[in-house]
Design a protein around this ligand. Structure first.
Ligand SMILES: NC(=O)c1ccc[n+]([C@@H]2O[C@H](COP(=O)([O-])OP(=O)(O)OC[C@H]3O[C@@H](n4cnc5c(N)ncnc54)[C@H](O)[C@@H]3O)[C@@H](O)[C@H]2O)c1
Length: 256
């Protein structure tokens, strides 16, 4: 089998030797991001609530530290940050790729499900941001959240998800202003619909799938790999003057 080529190292986009903490690292997008950063020489601490999913990702990255932990738990977050510092000395960046996607018509939306979606996608994202930022006060750092095209577009049945992701995008703008003087840069990436465990069931419906593809001007679903260029930019010297932004990597989905 042909060996994957080594990524070319440009100092502008270099993440080698940097330490990143990744929430939701067992997921479809988080797992690919972890592998991409590993391939580029980063040191990684991975966590997720799903042990089996996390193990699958961690197997391919033997020198990463992987733990089952809940991003929606302040004590667990403090432990993850401490663990990262104990193992690697400091935290250069943190990536939040955890999230939930419940969909239902507003009139029948289950209240507990709605609250859980806001809790994980928005409140836990806040807890994660401030916990890592607390460790970045002296040296600065980078925080990247995975928002969504739903931070911007209004799809029926997405009240909880779109509400949480629009809130996330605006929260990123506020935190960016609070932390810019400390050189802590915080941004989000807004992907279009991508086939992962989060979306697989919905996409198994042919009508949903064809509608999703039709809504993307470039005529295909997203791929996890599409996000890597933007992720690396936001974590590396090249992204050193970008903060408070949600960058849509969406084949044009937010244009229609
Ligand atoms: N897949 C898409 O189409 C898509 C599009 C736009 C945005 N996003 C966003 O990207 C992020 C990743 O999505 P994905 O497609 O990889 O989903 P996924 O379901 O494959 O992965 C999400 C991971 O987050 C973990 N998780 C959930 N709650 C957690 C918590 N409280 N603490 C720690 N881990 C937790 C899950 O166990 C899972 O492994 C989500 O925020 C999602 O909303 C996904």
């Amino acid at each position: 089998m042909a060996r994957k080529p080594e990524p070319v190292t440009d100092p502008l986009f270099d993440v080698a030797g940097k330490t990143y903490l990744i929430a939701g690292a067992g997921g479809g997008l988080g797992g690919v991001m972890a592998e991409a950063l590993h391939e580029r020489g980063a040191k990684l601490v991975l966590f997720d609530t799903d042990e089996a999913a996390l193990e699958r990702v961690a197997e391919a990255i033997p020198d990463a530290l992987a733990r089952v932990a809940d991003m929606n738990n302040q004590a667990a977050l403090a432990e993850m940050v401490q663990l990262t510092r104990d193992r690697f000395g400091n935290i250069d960046g943190a990536i939040n790729a955890a999230g939930l996607l419940p969909m239902a018509a507003a009139t029948t939306f289950d209240e507990a499900m709605f609250r859980e979606c806001i809790d994980v996608n928005l409140t836990a994202a806040f807890l994660f941001s401030r916990t890592v930022a607390g460790q970045m006060q002296d040296s600065g750092g980078r925080i990247v959240h995975i928002a969504s095209v739903s931070s911007f577009v209004a799809n029926p049945e997405y009240a909880a998800y779109a509400g949480s992701k629009a809130g996330l995008a605006q929260m990123v703008r506020v935190l960016a202003r609070e932390w810019a003087p400390k050189n802590i840069l915080i941004n989000a990436i807004g992907p279009a619909l991508t086939e992962t465990p989060l979306t697989r069931d919905y996409l198994s419906d042919p009508d949903f799938r064809s509608g999703a593809i039709a809504a993307i001007p470039m005529g295909r679903l997203g791929e996890a790999d599409d996000l890597i260029g933007t992720l690396v930019l936001l974590l590396s010297p090249g992204g050193g003057f970008i903060t408070g932004q949600t960058i849509y990597v969406d084949g044009g989905r937010t244009l229609v």
